[in-house]
Design a protein around this ligand. Structure first.
Ligand code: FE2
Ligand code: FE2
Length: 368
């Protein structure tokens, strides 16, 4: 297996030397390069393929945000990681829209081990270079305009509480994904994963949510043309139906509220790959739908034939790239492969989402 390349950028030589020493045990698996400026990093990336870029934020001439912007444009397939010692919320919001992962200095060896393991799993989940490139270039997914406006007006009211905000966010899969991405990033330094929207909103606070809503990069809208052509309102209804049913199915499982909320979120996000196709690959999505209609095949079969990956793999890849909890990613990735008889080794979240998806498909015969 060829080694992947990881490029570290930091203007402080001591930091680079420290990283080089501490990460030495991983050099049989990764080809690691260390450079002291953004310009040098770009030069290298023009010459050779870099799989992961890990950059400092505050650097002279070209800072981390500028470097991430340049890499997103020129090398969107590269996984972008921000490494910083500064608690700067303004830059953080800007950086969050540009990077896939975020680390505070000083990092420890285990941080990188976890990151590298996650990258390895990602790699195994999607084998289509073109799709990896397209997904890597996307920093946000569109939200449905109506819900977007509702949240915006809600956060403007002083007396709005976290439960109200969570209630609106959970109706929208793209917005739910962004909030979960944020709260699970290492910026908040939480010792455990946040798995539900209620926890996320309680932790972030209504004000932070409000400022995020205003960050256009994080919450962009679908074009009305895409909404109409691809019937995205139906996709939303289907996702809502699956989420609600998944919660109900999960309520039969002993672990209570936590599992139910997790199943709800996974249900909401399970077809996020379709949203991504409709908004960022409209021509391919059109071809897929026409092909399925003409041949009588399922959309999944047409996707595999035309793109080499289905919307479950694409959505699963995207949300694992965001760093959402494993059982949510797993449920998205595997929501079509749920067997007809219950498998006890399968996570209750995946079981609930798989079953709910099948039920909702049978009910309205759209969007499996
Ligand atoms: Fe699906
Ligand atoms: Fe579905």
């Amino acid at each position: 297996m060829t080694k992947k390349t990881i490029l570290f950028v930091d203007d402080e030589r001591d930091i680079l030397n420290g990283l080089r020493r501490s990460l030495y045990p991983l050099c049989d698996r990764w080809n690691m390069l260390f450079v002291e400026s953004g310009a040098r990093a770009i030069e290298i990336m023009q010459r050779q393929k870099v799989n992961v870029l890990i950059t400092d934020m505050r650097m002279p001439v070209m800072n981390g945000v500028q470097l991430l912007q340049a890499v997103r444009k020129g090398n969107p397939e590269t996984i972008r990681v921000m490494l910083t010692g500064q608690a700067d919320k303004e830059i953080y919001n800007e950086a969050m829209a540009l990077c896939h992962y975020f680390f505070w200095k000083p990092t420890i060896f285990e941080d990188f081990e976890v990151l590298f393991h996650r990258l390895h799993c990602l790699d195994a989940s999607l084998h289509n270079e073109n799709l990896v490139r397209i997904i890597g270039g996307i920093s946000s997914l569109p939200s449905l305009p109506v819900l977007f406006s509702r949240l915006l007006s809600l956060v403007e009211q002083d007396e709005t509480d976290c439960l109200q905000v969570a209630g609106v966010i959970r109706e929208d899969m793209a917005m739910a994904g962004q909030v979960m991405k944020l709260v699970n990033s290492s910026f908040f330094g939480l010792a455990r994963e946040i798995e539900t929207l209620e926890e996320a909103v309680t932790y972030l606070g209504v004000k932070t949510i409000g400022s995020l809503v205003l960050v256009e990069e994080l919450f962009s809208r679908c074009s009305p043309a895409a909404m109409k052509e691809f019937q995205l309102d139906q996709l939303w209804q289907h996702s809502f139906c699956v989420a609600t049913k998944a919660r109900k199915i999960a309520s039969a499982v002993e672990n209570g509220a936590q599992i139910q909320d997790c199943a709800y979120l996974a249900g909401l996000l399970h077809d996020i790959g379709k949203l991504l196709l409709a908004t960022h690959l409209p021509e391919s999505y059109r071809e897929i739908r026409d092909n399925a209609l003409r041949t009588g095949r399922s959309c999944v079969e047409a996707e595999l034939d035309i793109l080499g990956a289905d919307h479950a793999a694409i959505g699963g890849y995207l949300i694992s790239l965001w760093g959402l909890p494993r059982r949510i990613t797993e449920a998205v990735l595997l929501h079509h492969t749920f067997p007809s008889s219950g498998d006890v080794s399968m996570s209750p979240v995946l079981q609930a989402v798989g079953q709910a998806n099948r039920l909702c498909f049978e009910l309205c015969n759209s969007h499996k």
